[in-house]
Design a protein around this ligand. Structure first.
Ligand SMILES: *Cc1c(COP(=O)(O)O)cnc(C)c1O
Length: 388
């Protein structure tokens, strides 16, 4: 098989070598439970504190505003259920958008099943949630919480989070953002943005899978999602995933230190790839915002063919990409995000997402484009829909 070209970093990233090295001692040597009284356990409290400080620094938060979780899905569930299940919020609304990750959308559906009113805001053709749309929805009834993602995982659109949080606050609601795709891509300062909660996940920025963190602004009270021991100041039970947490801390520090350099590099690769695809493949459109988008995100619809067919042929040539959301592959439903920006079903079906990474090169971009041009020609020649 051809050499692997991995362009699916929005699904997951490899763990950075330096991060993996920092994690290793915590599996076999410094394995203690930080809650233990003895020295083997106590030794790990410092590692926990250090990682918490690394996450706090990366976000502009205080150390005691950071809670470790098992990843983005848990953080999203916790923020939403933790606020909505409070007695004081009984009968109040939850507002989110129709382009969220399923961790938010399905939590919204869970709330509806349990009798809550949930509003899913529409987006414009670029996938932007405009503050006036939120403003209009806030007008009716009492809203406890608004949750809007920082940047979309499929089309890469970056949302105006500061303005949206401002609208929510003006109407007395709390504001949560799923920033899983934004860490390492967009500079984040939770105080400047004035968000109340923010969730993130290590495996999207060259850290390990199964570990994440939540920022919860001091003074915001959340019900617990997971009951048990007194870990995380009694807010999130379970023996801490020390190797994972150490990896998360190291990865967020690395991602933050290199953010500008990485973003500049990825943006140039991205724009080159987009320009080539639009120029070399007829009947191709870019999905998402042309400029307010993640530096690593390329999402195009290639008309008259199926995204899945292209993916299989790309994979046979060593190239890893995705059609819409990784979570919905295997299903025949077109991506909810592509439908939300107004694409007809058949166009949504012909969509591909390339999410670039810091190890991708200009040569790889050229190689992928060249191959995709041939794949599209081959598939269109067989397509009953296409008359060139
Ligand atoms: C990957 C992802 C999640 C889920 O994170 P996990 O750590 O895999 O649970 C949530 N939201 C967005 C936007 C994501 O890209």
């Amino acid at each position: 098989m051809a050499k692997t070209i991995y362009m699916d970093h929005a699904a997951t990233t490899p763990v950075a070598e330096a991060v993996a090295q920092k994690m290793l001692p915590y599996f076999t040597q410094s394995f203690g439970n930080p809650s233990s009284i003895h020295h083997v356990g106590r030794a790990n409290r410092a590692a926990l504190d250090n990682a918490r400080a690394q996450v706090a620094k990366a976000l502009g938060a205080a150390n005691d505003e950071i809670f470790f979780t098992s990843g983005g899905s848990e953080g999203d569930n916790w923020a939403i259920k933790g606020v909505m299940l409070r007695d004081v919020n009984r009968g109040k609304k939850f507002i989110t958008t129709n382009i969220e990750h399923h961790a938010v959308l399905h939590t919204g559906a869970w709330l509806e099943k349990h009798g809550y009113e949930v509003i899913y805001l529409p987006v414009n053709e670029y996938g932007v949630v405009t503050p006036d749309v939120l403003e209009a929805a806030m007008g009716e009834g009492d809203t406890a919480l608004v949750s809007i993602m920082f940047a979309n995982n499929e089309i890469g659109t970056i949302e105006p989070i500061k303005e949206l949080a401002e609208v929510a606050h003006r109407h007395g609601a709390l504001f949560h953002t799923d920033a899983v795709q934004a860490i390492g891509a967009v500079a984040i300062d939770v105080k400047a943005l004035n968000v109340d909660m923010l969730s993130l996940s290590a495996h999207k920025f060259y850290g390990p899978k199964g570990v994440g963190a939540m920022y919860v602004r001091k003074g915001v009270y959340l019900e617990n999602l997971i009951e048990g021991g007194a870990q995380e100041r009694g807010k999130r039970a379970g023996t801490e995933n020390i190797p994972g947490i150490v990896g998360l801390g190291a990865a967020i520090e690395l991602a933050t230190e290199n953010l500008e350099k990485n973003a500049a590099y990825l943006t140039s690769l991205r724009d080159d790839m987009i320009a080539q695809l639009l120029e070399k493949i007829p009947h191709t459109r870019l999905n998402g915002h042309p400029t307010d988008r993640l530096p690593a995100n390329v999402n195009v619809s290639i008309e008259y063919i199926e995204g899945e067919s292209m993916l299989i042929l790309l994979d046979q040539n060593g190239i890893c990409a995705s059609s819409g959301s990784a979570c919905t592959s295997g299903s025949l439903d077109p991506s909810h995000v592509l439908l939300a920006i107004g694409l007809p079903h058949e166009v949504a079906h012909g969509s591909l997402r390339f999410s670039l990474g810091i190890h991708n090169t200009k040569e790889e971009v050229d190689q992928v484009v060249e191959l995709l041009v041939k794949i599209v020609e081959r598939l269109r020649a067989m397509s009953p829909l296409y008359h060139a």
